[in-house]
Write a protein that binds this ligand. Structure first.
Ligand code: URA
Length: 227
């Protein structure tokens, strides 16, 4: 009947405009994000690696040289997660290289671990944020399906969150490493321990003692989990 009265287009138009463009855009974005998440959660390792290499879901793809997927033993008991690739990682496509990577290797060695052997290393955000700014929450959100799928494929026994950004992202809190460390947390049912980021430790030597305590706690926790 509306069509016969010539009112259909008018009704449609005005209704949509009243819902507001931004609300429609938010609904559209939620659909896109949900579908992407569901698709990523079906991927195998090869598909996931290709998807991260080609990802254009957030503005960081415009300035990256390489996305940094992560590296290590894909069946590891240990999953160590940093913030986002730095300049050197962006150039190499590998996580934790250079000085910061050396300190991470030393942290692993302190509890008899080696990257690639029962250890997997990755970041919350897979592309380097220019000018070393902290990743935006929206960037972390777009990257989240990749980490979620990595965790599902690896099935680690213990996650180590390195630094404020990783800890806060996993635990959905504003609390700092200083207040989160020394406790056993959980992410999606997986035990999680928080410690300082090696790049912070390079600047704040005094907290290395606390990091050492965290590593001992992590090692003891893993021993208990393996019993
Ligand atoms: N800092 C991080 O958080 N991750 C890296 O891969 C390198 C530096």
């Amino acid at each position: 009947m509306l069509e016969e009265l010539g009112l259909t287009p008018l009704w449609h138009r005005r209704t949509l405009q009243h819902v507001t463009d931004s609300a429609m855009e938010a609904i559209h974005q939620a659909d896109v994000t949900n579908n992407r998440h569901a698709r990523v959660m079906q991927m195998d390792w090869t598909q996931l690696k290709v998807s991260v290499a080609d990802c254009a879901a957030c503005p960081l793809h415009q300035t990256r040289t390489h996305s940094v997927f992560g590296a290590g033993d894909e069946n590891a008991d240990w999953l160590w997660v940093g913030e986002s690739p730095g300049v050197e990682e962006d150039a190499n496509g590998a996580p934790f290289v250079g000085q910061v990577g050396k300190l991470l290797d030393n942290m692993l060695a302190a509890i008899s671990l080696k990257r690639d052997s029962n250890v997997y290393i990755t970041n919350i955000v897979k592309c380097h944020p220019p000018a070393n700014h902290n990743p935006e929450n929206a960037e972390a959100l777009q990257c989240h399906p990749y980490l979620a799928r990595q965790i599902e494929l690896i099935q680690p026994r213990l996650i180590i969150a390195l630094g404020n950004f990783a800890s806060q992202s996993f635990l959905n809190t504003d609390a700092t490493v200083a207040s989160l460390r020394g406790k056993l947390h959980q992410f999606s049912g997986i035990p999680l321990i928080v410690t300082y980021h090696p790049s912070y430790l390079l600047q704040t030597q005094a907290d290395k003692t606390k990091a050492w305590e965290d590593l001992c706690f992590a090692k003891a926790t893993m021993q208990r989990l393996l019993q």
